[in-house]
Design a protein around this ligand. Sequence first.
Ligand SMILES: *Cc1c(COP(=O)(O)O)cnc(C)c1O
Length: 377
Amino acid sequence: MSESKIDTRLWSSKARNLSPYVPGEQPQHDDLCKLNTNENPFPPSPKVGEAITKVLAQQADDLRLYPAPESEELRGALAALYDLDMNQVFVGNGSDEVLALVFASFFLKERPILAPDISYSFYPVYANTFGIELVQIPLEADFSISPDAYRRPCSGIVIANPNAPTGLLLSLADIRKLAGEHSNSVIVIDEAYIDFAQYEEGSADSQVSAVSLINEFDNLLVTQTFSKSRSLAGLRVGMAFGSASLIEALTRMKNSFNSYPLDKLAQAGAMASILDVAYFEQARQQVIDLRTSLTAELTALGYDVLPSHANFVFARPHDGAASQVANVLREQGIIVRHFDKPRINEYLRITIGTPAQHERLINALKALQAVADVEVS
Ligand SMILES: *Cc1c(COP(=O)(O)O)cnc(C)c1O
């Protein structure tokens, strides 16, 4: 529909002033190599489909009835996974919805919230939606996050860890520092990619997830999702972990908006995914191994690749001509993400794909470089 046909006269001023998030494109194309939205290239556990089929086959307890509004079974399984109490766990329709409820529950206050200037682009959208002032804190020169830069009055801090699109990981020591220094603010750590993170050998921490700090800090809230590491972006399941008080606020907000954010199929599928531990471990290791090999291949082609802890790499061609590279790849049906934004416009964000997809990508990049070499000589 063309924009000129839209009549906004009946809209509220709220609807008129929204600036919605634009997801990475989902083009329809037979032979597409889609490396632009950080979906998992591998299917979810087969147990997920079995569990969903079982719900559909049940006559007595079928889709005629409403689902469990508080998703007790799923929250119990998540609590067991992290050795928490069920009242420290919240679930929602994707972590995007959980994050929206987080903004509404904790950030509608006088003071601004803080987030890195280069991070998940949905944070400024939520801030705008709810009329919350968001102050962007610049990343350091090497794209890392320094807790010292956040030492200013705020009602909250939102940080993606690993960060997107850089893939860099903030240490638990730094998260401890943030939570400890801002005891009157809610610190939100968005761990959409945490299952792909690994500590370097010799690191002081034995874990990467801030869920391990929940019992230490009442003001720490950690969000995660089934969309990336569990290959279930289409099922829409996200969660938050925090003190019982923070979770109660989220539950109140949810029940003032939509009491049934997770349908029966999503609850059953998510449960099955959690219970299939062996599949999960094997699947995430596969993505981590492919990240290692893709990083090596891109480096060999002269790319500068940031050390990624996520299921994508952030890479700069040696001449910085990232947008041209993205265009040439697109002509061949290979879609990667380029952000036309200062400081990162010389980089490409490339989602980890299958070995065949990596081969196609690398061959295209080699061909591109061969052309460039001929033009130079
Ligand atoms: C993908 C992503 C999300 C959203 O995940 P959903 O659960 O699919 O809504 C949230 N935060 C970051 C940083 C992401 O990359």
